[in-house]
Ligand binder design. Structure first.
Ligand code: DX5
Ligand code: ZN
Length: 218
C-alpha cells in the first residue's frame, strides 16, 4: 500500500552547484530531495542551514524538500526551515527525548510534515509511542555524520517491526543505501529510500533511481 519514493542525499554532491545538482536529480526522477543539516555538535560534521535551503527552494519550485536535522536543538530551526520552504522536517529524537511530542506538534503547526529519526543505537520501541504524531520514521543505517559509509544490515529488524505494526507508515532508510543494499531494505519494508553516494556518483542517475524504485515497488 505504501508508495516507493526515492530521495537522493546531496551531502556528497557539488555543494557549490547545488541548484543544478538538485534540478538534475529531479529531472532524473527523484521523488524528493534529502538535505542533511548538521550542526557540528549532534554529529561531528558541519553542512549548511536554513539560508542555503531557502535559496535553493527559490530556484526549485517543486514540493520536494526534506531536511534531515542532525542537530542538538531541533526546536530552534522549525520556524526558519518552515520559512525556507521545507516540506518534511525530520529530526532526531535522541537530543529531545523528553519533549518529542512537543517538537512534533510545533513542526505540524509550522505547516511541515514530521519525520522522526533514530540513530543506530536507539531502540525502535522508543519511537513507537510517537508514530501517531509523525508522517515518517527514519531508521538510520549508518552512524549519522558522513556520507559514503557502509550499510548496517542489522538495522533491518527495526524496519521490519515498524512495518508489521504500521502497514501504512512511511518508513525511510538512510546510509549506505544503493543498488547492492536496496533489496534488503525493500524486503524489510522500507518505502522511502535515501541514497547519497550511490546516486550522486552514478554515471547514469536515472538508471540507479529507477532501479531503487523498481526494487521497492515489486
Ligand atoms: C549521513 C546522512 C546520509 C548520507 C547518505 O549522516 O544522513 O543522508 O549522506 O549518504 P550515503 O548514501 O552515501 O551513505
Ligand atoms: Zn540523511
Amino acid at each position: 500500500p505504501v508508495q516507493a519514493k526515492i530521495g537522493p542525499s546531496i551531502l556528497n554532491a557539488d555543494l557549490a552547484d547545488l541548484a543544478n545538482e538538485s534540478q538534475k536529480l529531479l529531472d532524473n526522477g527523484a521523488d524528493y530531495l534529502h538535505l542533511d543539516v548538521m550542526d557540528g555538535h549532534f554529529v561531528p560534521n558541519l553542512t549548511f542551514g536554513h539560508s542555503l535551503v531557502k535559496c535553493l527552494r527559490n530556484k526549485i519550485k517543486k514540493d520536494f524538500f526534506e531536511t534531515h536535522m542532525m542537530v542538538s536543538r531541533p526546536q530552534q530551526w522549525i520556524e526558519p526551515m518552515a520559512d525556507a520552504g521545507v516540506n518534511l522536517y525530520t529530526f532526531h529524537i535522541e537530543p529531545v527525548m523528553e519533549e518529542v511530542a512537543n517538537v512534533c506538534r510545533k513542526v505540524r503547526e509550522s505547516g511541515m510534515k514530521v519525520g522522526l529519526a533514530l540513530k543506530p543505537g536507539t531502540e525502535v520501541q522508543v519511537v513507537e509511542r510517537y508514530v501517531d504524531m509523525a508522517d515518517v520514521v527514519l531508521v538510520m543505517t549508518v552512524e549519522p555524520g558522513f556520507g559514503g559509509q557502509s550499510f548496517m544490515a542489522n538495522m533491518m529488524p527495526k524496519v521490519e517491526r515498524l512495518r508489521t505494526h504500521y502497514p501504512n507508515l512511511d518508513i525511510e532508510v538512510d546510509g549506505g543505501v544503493g543498488p547492492n543494499t536496496i533489496e534488503t531494505c525493500a524486503k524489510a519494508g522500507a518505502n522511502m529510500i535515501v541514497s547519497g553516494t550511490a546516486v550522486i556518483q552514478a554515471p547514469n542517475q536515472r538508471n540507479v533511481i529507477n532501479l531503487l524504485r523498481d526494487t521497492v515497488q515489486k
